[in-house]
Design a protein around this ligand. Structure first.
Ligand SMILES: *Cc1c(COP(=O)(O)O)cnc(C)c1O
Length: 410
């Protein structure tokens, strides 16, 4: 056995979070799963909870269960907000997909900025070219519908958006809204939320953060950074399952002036009065819109509870150690064979996945999955992403996964 494999075993033995792995359904038969940043694993607690909700609540109590279900969007939102996002109670709600929530919040923000800056032309929405496709597409669509300009700025492909590149895009002073990802989906770079939020505010714009690769992977401080708006999904590091509902955050101070564009009956002040006209409920309830996805919401609740028990501090520490180990093995084993690190080397500037660039990344990734029993994912044109979800990824998984990769290419 090599010294590094022994080192990985020693790191696992000393890992205070190691027992959390036992809380997940893992039946891999030697397969190494390194894609928790795309779809997190199934917690046993979620399996039991969903079974109980289906059998007892839906199966037996039927419509009478709505009294347990009706406040799930805000209750689960508060759990996510206070435990994982650094928000205050009443600022987060869970429902709809990340894509739909970007539309709702960006649209509401554009109405607000337009209204509160009468006389000043703010006709521009800013994001970076490396932002996640759905973010760029939704913003493109909003701009087309409203006759606004989408200004895409180039961010560094490894380091992600920074103050210099955003500052350039903001300089003309015509920007209504900035939308950025906290952790970049391709490179894993973590943007400085405080600095970039401050820059957007200095330029008179609101900022919408996409936390899809951040929630459950890095501690987020929405209140302290001054962030206005945020969205994120729950099927990655929150382990809530495929298509689980996403969250929306609106800073408390903004809530009275922000009106999201889908006027639905679940967002109505007195929903069961069924009145003639829409009158939005105060706070985050207006963002609920329509019937909440109950099975998805209980899965988010269970996933968030596990993360809260582990604590974002210890999870962050382990994620840094896992990514450091992966980067070291990359440097020793893979860099001499045409691989390049596409993730920041400074652990303070990255999330929980490591991206490796190679001209034949697509073929190598296919072989890894089909022949080597290692499951990372490929992102066009040349990136293999190694997701290291700290709740259940072991150091030996990093070692074994990368040594199988090394065996493929040497
Ligand atoms: C995964 C991800 C999404 C997913 O959006 P859906 O509406 O859930 O498909 C959006 N944005 C980012 C940055 C993501 O990483």
């Amino acid at each position: 056995m090599t010294a590094e494999r022994q080192e990985a075993e020693a790191l696992d033995a000393a890992d205070g979070l190691a027992s959390f792995r036992d809380e997940f359904a893992i039946d891999d038969d030697g397969r190494i799963y390194l894609d928790g940043n795309s779809l997190g694993r199934l917690p046993y607690a979620t399996l039991g909870r969903v079974e109980r909700v289906v059998a007892n609540e839906w199966g037996r109590t039927l419509i009478g269960s709505w009294e347990n279900w009706i406040d799930l969007p805000t209750r689960v939102g508060d759990l996510l907000g206070t435990e994982l996002l650094g928000a205050r109670p009443g600022e987060v709600v869970v429902g709809d997909s990340t894509t739909v929530n970007i539309y709702k919040l960006a649209s509401a923000a554009l109405d607000t900025v337009g209204a509160s800056n009468a006389g000043l032309e703010r006709r521009v929405v800013v994001t970076d070219t490396a932002n996640f496709p759905t973010d760029r597409y939704v913003l493109e669509g909003l701009c087309a519908q409203r006759g606004l300009e989408l200004r895409l700025f180039e961010s560094d492909p490894v380091a992600g958006p920074d103050g210099d590149s955003l500052g350039q895009a903001l300089r003309p002073g015509d920007v209504a809204l900035v939308c950025l990802s906290h952790v970049a989906f391709k490179s894993g770079a973590m943007a400085d939320m405080s600095v970039l939020t401050w820059l957007a505010h200095e330029a008179g714009a609101l900022i919408l953060w996409d936390l899809s690769h951040a929630v459950g992977s890095v501690p987020v401080a929405l209140t302290d950074t001054g962030a206005d708006l945020a969205v994120g999904c729950t099927y990655k590091y929150v382990n809530a399952g495929p298509g689980a509902p996403a969250f929306s955050y609106v800073r408390a101070e903004l809530q009275p002036t922000l009106r999201q564009p889908i006027w639905g009956w679940f967002g109505q002040r007195e929903q069961f009065e069924m009145g003639p006209r829409y009158d939005p409920a105060p706070g985050m309830v207006q963002h609920v819109v329509g019937s909440p996805n109950v099975l998805g919401l209980v899965a988010v609740e269970e996933g968030a509870r596990i993360l809260a028990r582990a604590g974002m501090g210890p999870l962050r520490e382990k994620a840094i150690a896992l990514t450091e180990f992966a980067i070291r093995l990359h440097d020793e084993w893979l860099a001499p064979h045409g691989f390049d690190l596409a993730t920041p080397r400074d652990p303070a500037r990255r999330g929980s996945h490591v991206s490796l660039r190679h001209p034949d990344a697509r073929t190598i990734c296919d072989l890894l999955i089909q022949e080597a029993g290692v499951v990372p994912d490929f992102r066009t044109p040349d990136v293999i992403r190694i997701g290291l979800a700290p709740l259940y990824t072991r150091f030996v998984d990093v070692f074994d996964g990368l040594s199988r990769l090394r065996a493929l290419i040497t």
